[in-house]
Design a protein around this ligand. Structure first.
Ligand SMILES: C[S@@+](CC[C@H](N)C(=O)[O-])C[C@H]1O[C@@H](n2cnc3c(N)ncnc32)[C@H](O)[C@@H]1O
Length: 309
């Protein structure tokens, strides 16, 4: 089976290549974790550390801001000006969105006040006032529609996999549909393939300014073939070799593209498109995505499914 290389796009956020099994052990370091933390966080909540590490090793918000509007333009001819970022966490996509055009607006929605607070303290002050005033965050369940309507709703990093039941996913899609402008679209970032289902650990080194080289570890358990639910976790190892274990944990149902398209249709979306990674002549992923109706059997893939209102 052809194995796809990691895409250039979002920073290898998902398991694509089976890494050598590594045991996540704590080991002694030269500098204590406490001293690194106190230098870095100086007066900040210790929970900030996991967001610093996550953003540096997982996210690439510029990619979404560059590509989703292009896909929407191609699908419906609509220019994307307003964004709702669902499951927004620290709202990095929204922050890039308002920077990308002086007329663009964004609303981030998340249930958890902790990452929303991180945005307010850490990211908001880095925006110009004219940018910050066009970005609002609400602590809100994405299952509830917003009165305000958007050109584009983005659900990134497989976040909707948190919904395990078909009925719940359907109600999310209905709520998103109601919250879209005509010719607007819901974009779902999805991952799948065998590589997403097997018990494994993948690790890579990431250099982070002011922190140094950290190890990012993506861990997945064996997939439950009956429930289609699996447990995943992100661990980090600091430059002093101390571990931040289970910084993030996910209990996800692994949805398939076909069933998701069917549910989008049931929720009222007039059309769906799948943006699948293109391959070069050797079968290697290019990091570019194009609308396709057939996908090659990649070991692990990331794809974008869009539902058009
Ligand atoms: C995997 S994180 C995604 C963070 C960020 N969007 C990204 O792309 O990396 C999932 C986020 O979804 C939030 N969340 C989970 N269920 C939610 C719901 N029903 N409504 C709103 N947010 C939810 C969690 O609090 C968490 O911050």
């Amino acid at each position: 089976m052809k194995k796809k290389a990691p895409a250039a796009k979002p920073k290898n956020k998902s398991p694509r290549v089976r890494a050598k099994a590594t045991s996540v052990k704590k080991s002694a370091g030269k500098k204590s974790a406490k001293s690194i933390l106190s230098e870095l966080l100086a007066g900040r909540p210790t929970t900030d550390l996991k967001y610093i590490l996550y953003e540096a090793s997982v996210q690439c918000p510029e990619w979404h801001v560059r590509h989703f509007p292009r896909y929407l333009l191609w699908m419906t001819g609509k220019k994307a000006m307003s964004l709702r970022e669902d499951f927004c966490g620290t709202s990095r996509i929204s922050a890039e969105w308002v920077k990308s055009d002086k007329n663009r607006t964004a609303l981030g929605m998340d249930l958890d006040p902790e990452p929303l607070d991180y945005y307010e303290r850490i990211h908001r002050p880095t925006l110009l006032p004219s940018q910050a005033e066009r970005l609002r965050l609400v602590q809100k369940n994405v299952l509830i529609p917003t009165h305000e309507k958007f050109d584009l709703i983005a659900a990134c990093n497989f976040s909707f996999y948190i919904f395990h039941e078909r009925e719940v996913l359907l109600s999310y899609f209905r709520a998103a549909h109601r919250s879209l402008e005509p010719k607007g679209a819901l974009f779902l970032e999805m991952a799948g393939g065998e590589g997403m289902l097997e018990g494994m650990e993948e690790e890579r080194m990431v250099r982070i300014p002011k922190i140094g080289k950290i190890k990012y570890v993506w861990e997945q358990n064996d997939f439950d073939a009956i429930s289609s639910v699996n447990d995943y976790a992100i661990h980090f190892q600091m430059p002093n070799k101390k571990w931040l274990e289970n910084a993030f944990q996910y209990h996800w149902r692994i949805w398939g593209i076909r069933e998701v398209r069917e549910i989008l249709k049931e929720a009222g979306f007039s059309k769906t498109h799948v943006f699948w990674e293109t391959a070069d002549s050797t079968g290697k992923g290019t990091g570019e995505y194009a609308p396709m109706e057939n996908g090659d059997p990649s070991h692990a893939w990331i794809a974008y499914v869009a539902g058009v209102k």
